[in-house]
Design a protein. Sequence first.
Length: 188
Amino acid sequence: MKTLALFDFDGTLYRKDSLFEFTKFAKGKVAFYLGMLSLLPSLIIFKLKIITNETAKTKFINHFYKDMSQDEFTLLAKDFALHMISQDLNSQIFNSFCNHLQANHQVCIVSASCKDWIQPWSDQHSAKFIGTELEIQHGKITGNFSTKNCYGPEKVNRIKEQFDLSEFDRIIVYGRGKGDREMLQLSK
């Protein structure tokens, strides 16, 4: 029986929001909280559903990372992935993750978060990763995405780009957020 196990990351496999945790790690807590204060109007209009998740996230990335060197960002992201993620895993979901890997199931993390700070961790565990990618120009982060934000229906679109779902007898999905609803419907 061929099995595909799909894991959301933030709030499921990882107990926190990795975008926020990575930003605290990369920029420091004081800069993070001051930045959140200046982003408060955007967060409020996002919560009021006036702007999309992708728009709010782009504003966040612009504020904290626009014009940062790709090399510096990549080093910070890898350091976070390899040294910080394991501290905040949901142990129950992580056990399921490990069990799927040990059973030689196809395992993939599907996240709206950027690949830079999750993929090094997923690579350590030989799991595939699908996520949002940042746009880089001239060796610097532009503050925009080079892919659509991997959230909601986009998660399903990206999964179908990577996998022929008809090849799997079972699809098991782990997700807890509103951005996982469509992905959860893939379960069989």
